[in-house]
Design a binder for this molecule. Structure first.
Ligand code: CA
Length: 228
């Protein structure tokens, strides 16, 4: 999952990038309001963490402009503790959640995971698809109860496709979600990654739709939406 972190406080931003990367996210960072607005308006982010006090353009104006432009990614705003005006304004401007500063990294990660899940239409932190269980809190995947050891990138691939089960995801979208902006984008990289993940899982979870992309079929059974 690719995130945009908008934060002008250098030390806080560095800590956040490290924690988010360790938690399996790919992070682009912006420290200036105008750069942040432009990135959010042009890149496909799974979620945005937005500080409100920024040079160039303030966080609320950025958020209003994104929403006016129909950018629907979930946004978590970082606000000053006790400033309820800011929180109300933020939510009115289209924020999905807020976190007062200072905060615990664990809480930020938990809120972020919940936002990303809700945006993908998943209510639970654990996603089950037949014999495959994906635990987004522990970044762990198991097949028939046996843990599968995946690299961070392999985990991100399985996680993204499982969270979007039932939809064909193009190679371009995967490249955008799995690699940071400055990554040398090579169309072969995703193919090689998918091949490696298939061998590790040992089952046919990820299907290829030649010329279109990759697909994980939704789980069969009661969870399947009934045809109307
Ligand atoms: Ca700030």
């Amino acid at each position: 999952m690719r995130l945009l972190l908008v934060e002008d406080d250098e030390r806080l931003a560095e800590g956040l990038v490290a924690a988010l990367t360790a938690a399996g996210f790919v992070v682009d960072r912006a420290a200036d309001g105008r750069a942040a607005w432009f990135k959010g308006d042009t890149e496909p982010y799974a979620a945005v963490i937005l500080d409100l006090g920024l040079p160039g353009m303030d966080g609320l104006s950025i958020l209003r402009k994104w929403r006016a432009n129909d950018q629907r990614f979930p946004v978590l705003i970082l606000t000053a503790r006790g400033d309820w005006h800011e929180r109300v304004e933020g939510i009115d401007a289209g924020a999905d959640d807020y976190l007062p500063k200072p905060f615990r990294m664990e809480e930020l990660l938990a809120r972020l995971r919940a936002l990303v899940r809700r945006a993908a239409g998943q209510a639970s932190a654990v996603i089950v698809n037949g014999p495959v269980v994906l635990d987004t809190r522990r970044m762990a995947v198991s097949v028939e109860g046996v843990p599968v050891h995946l690299s961070p990138q392999e985990y991100r691939l399985v996680s993204y496709l499982m969270q979007h089960a039932g939809r064909v995801v193009s190679q371009l979208e995967l490249t955008e979600q799995l690699y940071a902006q400055d990554f040398e984008r090579d169309s072969n990289a995703v193919e090689v990654l998918v091949g490696r993940v298939r061998r590790k899982l040992g089952i046919n979870l990820i299907q290829t739709r030649r010329g279109f992309g990759y697909l994980v079929e939704p789980e069969r059974g009661d969870a399947e939406p009934r045809p109307t």
